[in-house]
Design a protein around this ligand. Structure first.
Ligand SMILES: Cc1cc2nc3c(=O)[nH]c(=O)nc-3n(C[C@H](O)[C@H](O)[C@H](O)COP(=O)(O)O)c2cc1C
Length: 437
């Protein structure tokens, strides 16, 4: 049975921002006004821990976009992609409210200097006692680059070259204190042994950094790196650095399997053990008491999506840096479009109409997980069996407290009953739980 077990993580899409502010669920009024408080996120984290999820990723971006119609109005009107508070601030609150859940803020190599990022993640790993991860992203929207002193982002593939050098520096800084460098002997006195703490002396193409880090090795040493690049260069980067990869998987079981196999081949080719990289596929389950009730809710969400197509189109425009207001809703997107943002996403959109993309917006990953808990749990098991592993990254951008309960206290117990996901955490540290199976 254990060989079929898979991992679960949660993608807090739209980051530390307003969630259920349009929800008609009675509990949502409080969350509407207090969205900037950690409350609903703490409830979510506790629910995920009850259900023994591996981790929660806090998505992030760092600007008020204006790609759609050259204006920020649509983004502000719908709270689409903005506002977002800093995910590194939320992380310790979530850690304080839980004991085992991994917590993964998104931190961009286009926004942080490597030393600052290494120090922040090391500090978070200390205060969470080994439960932090780093969602390593390279940035996509030029509006964010403009907040950090550049007119536009570096070219897509070069961003991954920069990220390679960046991750190398960060991991070497994390390693710059040996595990037993801290002696803590008040008699001698000796706090730390200087021979066990070393500068890294990095002089590279993009960065210079002397090191060592000004803090001891953290509980996990090298906290897990999460990565989401799906383009060819993105996959190459992920195969080298990622402990876990998050992806929409390409829209079919065959594409999911091909993606995972390619990552595993890439890892093996550079001498990594492919079993040490957990590939998690986006899924947006909808469960209810009957198939009809679940489908009805899915339909209502799609109808809401279509009624507010502008919100989704504005969000899509930001991701690839193309103003989609110039295209007819019912004309297929032309083949000549190029992006310096999310290239793999654009490749999937070309040839489809914006209206059809809006309609499927809530079915991320392409597989329809709608129905009773029995149906959805069975389907998730079948898909994982065919793909070969390693799990799902659950997502519902505008979740409310009802949705948390449906997933964490409805769907996941059924997965557990079938022996498909863990029933208890075996380890204290996030990385050890991630690598357990
Ligand atoms: C599930 C998922 C989550 C992502 N989360 C973020 C994020 O929080 N912040 C961000 O800037 N980019 C995020 N990205 C974008 C990726 O980091 C990457 O920049 C993007 O997929 C484009 O890379 P590619 O062209 O290699 O696919 C995410 C992508 C996926 C598929």
């Amino acid at each position: 049975m254990a060989k079929h077990r898979f991992h679960l993580a949660w993608f807090l899409s739209e980051g530390y921002g307003p969630k259920a502010w349009r929800s008609d669920w009675p509990g949502s009024q409080t969350d509407r006004a207090r969205w900037m408080m950690p409350d609903i996120f703490i409830d979510l984290a506790k629910g995920l821990e009850r259900a023994c999820f591996d981790y929660l990723i806090i998505e992030d971006s760092s600007n008020v976009p204006y790609t759609y119609r050259g204006s920020h109005d649509a983004y502000l009107k719908y709270a689409a992609c903005t506002p977002k508070l800093d995910p590194a601030v939320l992380a310790p609150y979530l850690a304080q409210a839980t004991r085992n859940l991994g917590i993964v803020p998104t931190l961009s190599v286009s926004e942080y200097p490597p030393y600052l990022l290494a120090r922040l993640v090391n500090s978070l790993d200390h205060v969470t006692e080994g439960r932090i991860g780093w969602n390593c992203v390279t940035g996509s929207n030029d509006g964010a680059a403009q907040n950090y002193g550049r007119d536009k982002h570096h070219p897509h593939d070069e961003r991954y070259d920069i990220a390679d050098e960046f991750a190398d520096i960060v991991t070497r800084l994390w390693d710059s204190w040996e595990p037993d460098a801290v002696v803590l002997d008040p008699e001698t006195p000796i706090f730390a042994d200087g021979s066990k703490v070393r500068p890294i002396g990095h002089e590279g193409k993009y960065f210079r950094c002397r090191g060592p880090l000004n803090a001891p090795r953290s509980p996990q040493g090298r906290p897990p790196i999460v990565q989401a690049g799906s383009s060819g260069r993105g996959q190459q980067f992920a195969s080298r650095w990622a402990d876990t990869i998050i992806t929409d998987g390409g829209g079919s079981v065959a594409a999911m399997k091909a993606f995972r196999d390619a990552i595993r081949r890439g890892a093996a080719a550079i001498g990594r053990d492919p079993d040490r990289i957990k590939v998690l596929f986006l899924a947006s389950p909808f469960v209810d008491l009957s198939m009809e009730m679940a489908q009805d809710r899915r339909r209502r969400q799609q109808a809401d999506s279509l009624a507010h197509a502008e919100m989704q189109i504005a969000a899509m425009s930001r991701l690839v840096g193309i103003d989609f207001s110039q295209f007819d809703l019912d004309e297929p997107l032309p083949a000549h479009l190029t992006s310096n943002g999310h290239q793999s996403l654009l490749a999937k959109w070309i040839g489809k109409t914006p209206r059809s993309l809006v309609q499927s917006y809530f079915q991320k990953g392409g597989i329809d997980f709608t129905g009773t808990v029995d149906h959805v749990a069975g389907l998730m098991g079948e898909v994982m069996e065919e793909v070969g592993g390693d799990g799902f990254l659950l997502l519902n951008t505008y979740f409310d407290r009802r949705y948390i309960a449906e997933i964490c206290d409805g769907l996941v117990p059924e997965l557990q009953r079938r022996g498909l996901t863990r029933r208890a955490y075996a380890h204290k540290h996030f990385k050890d739980n991630l690598m357990e199976f």
